[in-house]
Design a protein around this ligand. Structure first.
Ligand code: AMP
Length: 290
């Protein structure tokens, strides 16, 4: 396994692979790996000749009051885990190399961002679009792998790839969870003991909401209220949102009569957690999108 830090080296290397007719699977990350990241790398290994994963805590996608400084990092451990998962190249660029000068180009997206995390994380998805465009140019992937935990990100990247004709297939894989159901997240280490116990109620509440649909409830407002009530009663976190929207268009629906996402974000003292379920009009889970 090779570690590459300079973006010029990364791009030269990936062009060499393309010229040699190798397919590249790419897993962009912010590091501090857990099984969610590793599952993406392992799938990329099965599907492609070569796997590149990037570790880059992208300053552009963090707001001024967010956790850029506090975001957990452990490069040495990540490198060991990536090697075990079969990664061929870990690309670890420096912020100064990624953004050597003030960006004169900015990216904007018209839809899919004025809801869910986009509502409060102003500029976040624009930062994601910018860094992914750069990373796609640097790593030349034929397939890029993302986790459904970040379902709004997938909807936004889907638009990026289609609108700008990136020659990349987006592969979205299921959310990997702890035994009690909490979605694995690098940010879970910033929960205290009580919060860790409470955090499972994000998933439990979403599951309850989905069960309401299985049992025939079609009214989004009722489902959202029930989910909110559970999170409110069972945790000391502050609910940022609970929303039920069409997926991947992320538009409000008046009835659950199509594929939808039921998603939540909850702020604990040192960590803001997100989770979601995507299901059809009968409440059957969609675990994977390709
Ligand atoms: P991050 O390092 O948090 O930016 O995540 C890198 C990639 O891993 C993103 O595509 C995430 O959606 C994905 N990911 C994060 N947590 C999970 C999880 N629990 N299950 C599956 N994928 C995940």
């Amino acid at each position: 396994m090779e570690i590459i830090r300079a973006k010029s080296d990364m791009q030269r290397k990936s062009f060499n692979y393309i010229r040699a007719n190798k397919t590249i699977g790419f897993v962009p990350t912010m590091g501090f790996f857990h099984e969610g990241h590793l599952a993406l790398m392992e799938q990329a290994k099965r599907d492609n000749d070569l796997v590149i994963t990037s570790i880059f805590v992208n300053p552009l996608q963090f707001g001024p009051n967010e956790d850029y400084e506090r975001y957990p990092r452990n490069e040495e451990n990540d490198i060991a885990l990536a090697e075990k998962a079969g990664v061929d190249i870990v690309f670890i660029p420096d912020a100064k190399d990624m953004y050597p000068t003030k960006m004169l180009i900015s990216m904007a997206i018209e839809e899919r961002i004025n809801v869910l995390c986009g509502r409060t994380r102003s500029g976040h998805f624009e930062g994601v679009l910018t860094v992914l465009s750069k990373l796609f140019h640097l790593t030349q992937p034929s397939k890029a792998y993302f986790g459904m935990k970040d379902a709004q990100q997938i909807a936004v990247v889907d638009a990026l790839i289609k609108d700008l004709d990136f020659p990349v297939d987006l592969i979205a894989l299921p959310t990997i969870r702890e035994n009690d159901g909490l979605a694995k997240s690098s940010r879970n280490v910033n929960l205290d003991e009580n919060e860790r116990e409470e955090a499972v109620f994000l998933y439990k509440a979403l599951q309850y909401g989905r069960e309401l649909v299985v049992d025939g409830e079609k009214n989004p407002a009722i489902i959202v209220k029930e989910v909110m009530d559970i999170i409110d009663k069972q945790t000391n976190g502050t609910i940022d949102y609970v929303e039920l929207l069409s997926y991947p268009a992320l538009q409000p629906v008046s009835l659950v009569d199509q594929q939808v996402i039921l998603a939540t974000a909850v702020k604990f003292k040192q960590a803001r957690l997100i989770d979601n379920l995507i299901f059809d009009k009968n409440g059957s889970l969609v675990k994977r999108i390709e």
